[in-house]
Design a protein around this ligand. Structure first.
Ligand SMILES: N[C@@H](CCC(=O)N[C@@H](CS)C(=O)NCC(=O)O)C(=O)O
Length: 195
């Protein structure tokens, strides 16, 4: 959610966690499933990327236009990314990531691919002739790009040029570049010497 904070121009501090934290009672009180991200602000603790994004976006015209219809449409796309696209993307990528050697995964893969491609082709049809999901970049594009990025190591998106171009357009935003650099910095710092 660094990207959202950068778009909104809000200062933040990161807190990195490890596997032990994920299991701890204190972490589970903040994130019931032991996952990241967790967001804390003035004693308010939030989990779920979509909820965190919308909370941040409430304070940013960049992310949520003040015009009521445009605002509602932007929120709609946040849900579309999380509910109508992400489950199919996760389903497909998890087969290769976690179950690549399983016979059942090999059998399941073609239909999982077909489903995710179907969803993405529908999205590509919507994107035809558009730069963003609506008139301009909003929280909906931020969430959609975040979901599409899950596929960046596959050829699924590159085979749908309109969506690949859309992802790259959103990722070219200075706020994304800043957030990505900040996210990668701790990995570079902790990498073994010579790597
Ligand atoms: N629906 C949650 C999903 C969070 C999620 O999948 N987090 C992943 C990293 S992106 C994670 O913490 N994985 C480690 C784990 O599940 O133990 C959200 O959007 O915040």
């Amino acid at each position: 959610m660094r990207w959202a904070l950068e778009e909104a121009g809000l200062a933040y501090e990161e807190m990195l966690i490890g596997p032990e934290d994920q299991k701890s009672d204190s972490y589970r009180r903040m994130q019931p499933f032991g996952q990241v991200p967790v967001y804390e602000e003035d004693g308010l603790v939030l989990f779920e990327s979509g909820a965190i994004l919308l909370h941040i976006a409430e304070r940013s015209e960049v992310l949520l236009p003040s015009e009521p219809h445009a605002r509602a449409r932007a929120k709609t796309w946040v849900f579309a990314a999380l509910n109508s696209i992400e489950p199919h993307v996760q389903n497909y990528t998890s087969l290769d990531l976690f179950f690549a050697k399983e016979e059942w995964a090999k059998l399941r893969r073609p239909s999982a691919l077909e489903t995710v491609q179907g969803r993405l082709e529908s999205l590509a049809r919507w994107m035809e002739g558009r730069e963003y999901l609506e008139e301009r970049f909003t929280a909906g594009d931020l969430m959609m790009t975040t979901v599409l990025r899950i596929l960046r190591h596959t050829d699924v998106l590159t085979k749908i040029p309109v969506l690949e171009a859309y992802r790259l357009r959103c990722e070219a935003r200075p706020a994304f570049q800043k957030a990505l650099a900040a996210q990668m910095a701790p990995f570079a710092k902790n990498a073994p010497a010579g790597k």
